[in-house]
Design a binder for this molecule. Structure first.
Ligand SMILES: Nc1ncnc2c1ncn2[C@@H]1O[C@H](COP(=O)(O)OP(=O)(O)O)[C@@H](O)[C@H]1O
Ligand SMILES: [Mg+2]
Length: 334
């Protein structure tokens, strides 16, 4: 990180870089750094969420991005950072991460053949002293001790006090904080997100920008899938993907009214399309990509969605039919 600028030293045009109709220029770094995420040219931005993320970067606002799983929350922030050359690190706050993982702990290490106790800095003190965007993934799954630490960096007073280490750190002006969550702090209302905590209001209040990223409109989702699996970008393939997205939207509607306890995320549709490169029969690849993850009692509902969108029976996809397509076998042999 030493070679890169400490603060943004250039600007990028929102119109040119993100294709959004806006004259805004946002601060950026001219030199990349090893922590800058790679650009994914296939990523499709959601303009209103992109603008909120850009505001968080340029105006130093703490941002919470909420939405169902697999809607592209984490990658959206990362892909904005990639285009600003802003170093970015992600931490998943799933139930395993504790306070000491974040702030640091004494660890036994070997030095010149001898065991010594050494302090190992956690990710938070490391990040706050650098021009780094820290993304806290699965924020609503964080344990109470973890939330307590995060609460302190949410206060933008330029200092971070680490009580147990007796240290006060200066927060770097280029430090940015983002979090992603599946719920807006209401806990696991519909049973889909086990292990999420209710966020208290004092904690929620400290986020300056709260945005939501939901499932994309069908036409956009089609393009997202085709960008990921360009092999399907043929007239026939597009028709197929449109039907796949239609099935996904039926599962989302079914989930909303309580007919299903699982739903297909955009990630599931991408996986299905990828699996079709191995198992070209859409029923077979659907079974392997999604149906087998569903509760057995709900599988008939899913089969009906499939039937409606493909005008074919899902039952045909019994596992005896699971055979790689001829071209895959040829590729394997080659
Ligand atoms: N708008 C999009 N454009 C391209 N790929 C997307 C988009 N949204 C989601 N994806 C893909 O879907 C997957 C899930 O995204 P991710 O950011 O991990 O979701 P989340 O954090 O919301 O659970 C990733 O592989 C991502 O590349
Ligand atoms: Mg995520």
């Amino acid at each position: 990180m030493s070679s890169a600028a400490a603060l943004p030293d250039t600007t990028v045009s929102v119109r040119e870089v993100f294709g959004i109709d806006s004259d805004l220029l946002v601060p950026a770094f001219s030199e990349p750094d090893p922590h800058v995420p790679g650009i994914d040219p296939a990523y499709r931005f959601n303009p209103s969420v992109t603008l909120a993320i850009l505001a968080a970067f340029s105006r130093n606002r703490r941002m919470l991005l909420q939405g169902l799983h697999g809607t592209g929350k984490s990658t959206h922030i990362e892909q904005v950072a990639a285009r600003l050359n802003w170093p970015c690190v992600r931490v998943n706050l799933d139930g395993h991460i504790g306070r000491l993982d974040l702030v640091g702990r004494d660890a036994v290490v070997l030095k010149e053949g001898r065991q010594v106790t050494e302090f190992q800095e956690g990710i938070i003190p490391w990040a706050v002293r650098r021009p780094v965007a820290l993304i806290l993934d699965e924020y609503d799954a964080g344990r109470p001790d973890v939330m307590f630490v995060i609460q302190r960096i949410l206060e933008r007073d330029g200092k971070l006090t680490l009580l147990d280490q007796n240290r006060v750190l200066d927060v770097h002006p280029g430090f940015r904080l983002f979090a992603t969550a599946n719920t807006v702090g209401l806990g696991n209302l519909n049973g889909m997100y086990h292990g999420v905590q209710r966020l208290n209001h004092a904690q929620l209040d400290r986020w300056n920008i709260v945005a939501a990223l939901n499932h994309p409109p069908a036409a956009d989702e089609l393009e997202i899938v085709l960008a990921r699996v360009p092999e399907m970008d043929t007239p026939q393939g597009r028709k197929m993907v449109a039907s796949m997205v239609a099935v996904a939207n039926l599962t989302r509607a079914g989930f909303e009214v309580g007919d299903l306890s699982t739903l297909m995320s955009p990630r599931t549709v991408i996986t299905w399309a990828e699996n079709m490169q191995i198992f070209p029969d859409p029923a077979v690849s659907f079974r392997l990509s999604f149906v087998n993850k569903c509760d057995e009692a709900e599988q008939p509902v899913v089969a009906e969605y499939f039937q409606r969108c493909f005008d074919a029976e899902l039952d045909a996809a019994d596992l005896n039919a699971v055979r790689p397509g001829a071209h895959t076998l040829a590729a394997m042999a080659g």
